[in-house]
Design a binder for this molecule. Structure first.
Ligand code: 13P
Length: 340
């Protein structure tokens, strides 16, 4: 474990004005995204799409790191350059999703536990050799009648902590991601209660397993009403509830928090981040690690057509820039009206 390198990379991941692109969709998930634009998912179409994102002009101004999927970490740009090398040369840290997905938690209908610890030490060594400098593990917590249970919190928190400890041993910065889903009809108050309990359990486990808080990044959900809730909270309420919850549960030793977008629209995800940063006086950097909220308009502009690559890259840069502005609260919703 090289603590100095870990801390340097953790700080770089949450550097001011920048954030992380989550481009680690599994083969199944990227197929769903491509289905929406009428494109067949193949080894080559997935490669071409990732190349479009990674070579977008000026991306390094707003993107500090990219989370890759196993297949992508091993792929190359059209000129033969491996993606991790291409990103590194552009000043962007390559990262890797290492969990093996969320599986049903035995005995707890409707709840999931993320798997992937077996053989993880060996996989991390290989990933580091391939250029990965940080990793991601996502735990999924659903809200519904009678769930989540204490068992769901505990099983997922233990897995997250054991993963994070293995990452740090391998000099790979762990992104610790407990995602409370925004599916369902729950209120923002219920989301706050569940997010609070999830974070409490996660930090208990991180402490128990001796994870170094200075050498990690937390990737939480925002505190937000369920998509099907009749009473949607306004953006300022989301910002205030999220910061209240994080202040209570996330030690100041953690260098940065990088939110997932979780199904929010591109503009909501950016506005919420900007409003939170505007609240000011925070003990950690407050950043983004968006998948859908950085890629939706890019996919729509691209549609799998080589002739659309430049327009799609422009759409990507626009979202990256707006989120970069949200890092210090200087993004305003009115900017969306301005020309690209
Ligand atoms: P979304 O921003 O689309 O939620 O994806 C982020 C992510 O990496 C989820 O694990």
């Amino acid at each position: 474990m090289d603590i100095k390198e870990l801390d340097t990379n953790a700080a770089a991941m949450v550097a001011q004005g920048k954030g992380i692109l989550a481009a680690d969709e599994s083969t199944g998930t990227i197929k769903k995204r491509f289905d929406n634009i009428g494109l067949e998912s193949s080894f080559e179409s997935r490669r071409a799409y990732r190349e479009l994102l990674f070579t977008a002009p000026d991306a390094g101004k707003f993107i500090s790191g990219v989370i890759l999927y196993d297949e992508t970490l091993r792929q190359q740009a059209a000129d033969g350059k491996p993606f991790p090398q291409l990103l590194t040369e552009r000043g962007i840290l390559p990262g890797i999703k290492v969990d093996a997905g969320a599986k049903p938690l035995a005995g707890f209908p409707g709840e999931l536990v993320t798997e992937g610890l077996d053989g993880l030490r060996e996989r991390l060594a290989e990933y580091r050799g391939l250029g990965a400098r940080f990793a991601k593990w996502r735990a999924v917590i659903d809200i519904g009648a009678g769930i989540p249970t204490r068992a769901c919190f505990a099983a997922n928190a233990e897995a997250l902590a054991r993963y994070a400890a293995l990452c740090q041993e391998a000099t790979i910065v762990p992104i610790v991601e407990p995602e409370v889903l925004m599916d369902g009809d729950h209120t923002i108050e219920r989301c706050e209660e569940v997010t609070d309990a999830a974070l409490e359990t996660v930090f208990d486990a991180l402490f128990l397993y001796r994870v170094r808080l200075e050498s990690m990044v937390l990737k939480p959900n925002m505190v937000i009403a369920g998509k099907k809730c009749a009473k949607q909270a306004g953006p300022q309420q989301v910002a205030e509830a999220t910061i209240r919850c994080l202040r209570r549960r996330v030690p100041g030793a953690v260098p940065g928090i990088a939110f997932l977008s979780g199904g929010q629209s591109e503009t909501d995800a950016t506005l919420h981040l900007s409003l939170m940063n505007r609240l000011g006086d925070l003990p950690w950097e407050l950043s983004f690690s968006y998948g859908r909220a950085l890629q939706q308009s890019t996919l729509d502009a691209w549609k799998g057509k080589p002739g659309n690559v430049a327009a799609a890259q422009k759409a990507f840069l626009r979202r990256a820039r707006f989120n970069g502005l949200a890092r210090d609260g200087s993004y305003e919703a009115a900017m969306e009206q301005a020309a690209a």
